[in-house]
Design a binder for this molecule. Structure first.
Ligand SMILES: NC(=O)c1ccc[n+]([C@@H]2O[C@H](COP(=O)([O-])OP(=O)(O)OC[C@H]3O[C@@H](n4cnc5c(N)ncnc54)[C@H](OP(=O)(O)O)[C@@H]3O)[C@@H](O)[C@H]2O)c1
Length: 268
């Protein structure tokens, strides 16, 4: 049987770790990963990231560093030296770790529009830059930095924070659905191309975060908007820490099919 993923000394990169699910993942993983592990936290807001780093440092044996990162950047330099910069900041070397983990969590929802209204090419390009291109570039840099070879095999784990929207159309959420579907496929292709890799598309359930507030306020499709408003009013949203616990349970059971899409509500 495969060992629980979070039982191994890891270097773990989390994007969008300032708030919502990403913050919960960073804090929860820091309590679960073994001593000597390193968390690398990325997002645009370095002030908030450093607060998360401070909370993690209260636990002995776990290191954490933060770096400002705009996933929508069109500057190649943003991605080129990011991981080596963070490893240097932590005075860490790749070979110190039994495995490396990338949690592609950062994401945005707007612009929210029906397909017939999606004609602003600059806005659409920006959306895919953040939610697809940047995510893809970071993933490639991660694989290049934590290279695996026949002589030096290295286990890499990549989790895409997905959504029901990746597999089910949601009216007026075309851009979000398309980006999430593409990211799911990205991990399927990766799993097929690479050795020594585990990839998972995890749909975390509806969470009470800033993104969901935006969904309830700005969704153009009125049925879908009402659904979000009702979830908030009836308090049926999934707590971020509960969703993170489910993700950790999936990783620890470690029986998921590479590249598969697993939802918070699925039996594991
Ligand atoms: N909320 C839900 O109900 C729900 C449901 C299914 C899936 N999801 C997915 O779960 C993930 C987290 O969502 P959430 O609800 O926690 O969202 P959130 O509260 O809005 O947080 C989004 C995170 O992404 C970061 N981010 C946004 N734009 C970025 C950029 N250009 N570069 C780098 N980081 C960026 C933000 O950090 P900065 O602002 O500091 O950059 C923030 O930490 C997303 O992928 C989302 O699609 C959410």
């Amino acid at each position: 049987m495969a060992a629980p993923i979070l039982s191994k000394k890891s270097v773990c990169i989390v994007t969008g770790a300032t708030r919502g699910l990403g913050r919960s993942i960073a804090l929860s993983f820091s309590k679960s990963l073994p001593s000597g592990s390193l968390l690398i936290l990325l997002s645009r807001n370095i002030g908030l990231l450093n607060e998360v780093v401070s909370s993690i440092h209260q636990r002995d044996g776990i290191r954490a560093v933060a770096a400002a990162y705009d996933q929508g950047s069109r500057d190649e330099n943003t991605f080129d030296s990011l991981i080596s910069h963070c490893m240097g900041k932590a005075e860490a070397l790749p070979d110190e770790f039994e495995q490396s983990i990338l949690i592609n969590n950062a994401g945005t929802l707007e612009p929210i529009d029906f397909m017939r209204d999606l004609d602003n090419t600059a806005e659409m390009s920006n959306y895919f830059q953040i939610n697809l291109v940047g995510c893809l570039a970071l993933t490639a840099k991660f694989l290049q930095f934590f290279k695996s070879s026949v002589t030096s095999p290295r286990i890499r784990i990549i989790v895409n924070i997905s959504s029901l929207a990746a597999i089910s159309p949601m009216n007026s959420w075309g851009l979000y659905c398309m980006a999430k579907a593409a990211r799911d496929m990205m991990l399927k292709v990766l799993a097929s191309e690479e050795e020594n890799i585990r990839t998972l598309n995890y749909a975390p359930g509806p969470l009470p975060t800033d993104m969901l507030t935006t969904a309830s306020e700005k969704t153009k499709d009125l049925d879908l908007k009402k659904w979000f408003e009702e979830q908030i009013a009836q308090k049926t949203l999934v707590d971020c820490d509960d969703s993170t616990r489910k993700l950790m349970a999936i990783l620890d059971k470690n029986t998921f099919e590479n590249g598969s899409h697993v939802d918070y509500y699925d039996e594991i």
